[in-house]
Design a protein around this ligand. Structure first.
Ligand code: 3PY
Ligand code: MG
Length: 261
């Protein structure tokens, strides 16, 4: 299957719906893609079992059924090179706080003349058999997504969104809430106001934005506010949640008079 280039796809309707991949299991990621998820947010920032090897295996298993976008764990250009070289469609850089940060990641993720991404020969380049083709299309075919999830980033949002060369913004409401002294309170009015400020800056600069939500209701609300892509929950959360809902459903059928939750 061939998906259209991610940067352009992010900039055009309809929005992309995805979930976090936290398990290193390629079959689980493949199944999520078959389920209809448009994109997979492979989270090497918080998942101890995810490394560049598992990101490549996941990208191979998904086989173009969904966009694979991996989040790097630390501010290290080497991660970006290896993730894009593995053939992932994009990278998410957490905790971008300033325009200087944004410029740094454009340099890392884009080939000259936009940036200084180094040329390797890897899976993305057809192991060398598509080197020239990949080099000519990579800047337009792979997405650099800057994550805004700090009060400091919100203060600098107009400068950040004005930086040329990146493809989208992704809002992290949980870290944002923590940076505002309201850890985990993503529905707090001050956190919602900060999210609205980021949305408005993206709208004014015509930058596609995405956001994480723990629930389908939250994601629906963000889509109604113009999000181009949302991530809802996670692979393991969906699995555990469905397991619990199935057990609860069976329990209610077998014990209809039992009022316990
Ligand atoms: C956050 O909410 O902080 C996130 O990083 C979600 O992806
Ligand atoms: Mg975060």
């Amino acid at each position: 299957m061939t998906l259209s280039a991610l940067p352009n796809r992010l900039a055009t309707a309809p929005p992309l719906i995805g979930t976090l991949v936290t398990m290193e299991n390629p079959e689980a990621a493949e199944a999520l893609a078959i389920s209809g998820m448009h994109w997979l947010f492979v989270d090497a920032e918080h998942s101890p079992t995810l490394d560049t090897r598992s990101i490549q295996r996941i990208t191979q298993a998904v086989a173009g059924r969904a966009y694979v976008i991996a989040r790097i764990p630390v501010a290290d250009e080497g991660w970006i090179a290896r993730i894009l070289d593995s053939g992932a469609d994009g990278v998410i850089v957490p905790h971008v706080r300033s325009a200087d940060d944004a410029r740094r990641w454009v340099r890392a993720a884009k080939y000259p003349p936009l940036g200084t991404r180094g040329v390797g020969i890897a899976r993305a380049h057809g192991y060398g058999m598509d080197l020239a083709g990949y080099l000519s299309r990579a800047n337009d075919a792979t997405a650099l997504i800057l994550q805004i999830e700090d009060a400091e980033a919100v203060r600098h949002i107009d400068d950040i969104v004005a930086v040329p060369g990146y493809d989208a913004v992704f809002i992290g409401p949980y870290d944002l809430s923590g940076s505002m002294g309201r850890l985990g309170k993503v529905d707090d009015p001050a956190v919602r106001a900060a999210v609205a400020q980021v949305r408005a800056a993206c709208g004014a600069a015509k930058v596609p934005f995405g956001i994480f939500s723990g629930t389908a209701d939250g994601a629906a609300d963000e889509l109604a506010h113009g999000a181009s892509f949302v991530a809802i929950g996670s692979d393991i959360g969906l699995m555990a949640g469905t397991a619990r809902a199935t057990l609860d459903s069976l329990h209610r059928k077998r014990h209809p008079d039992d009022q316990r939750e």
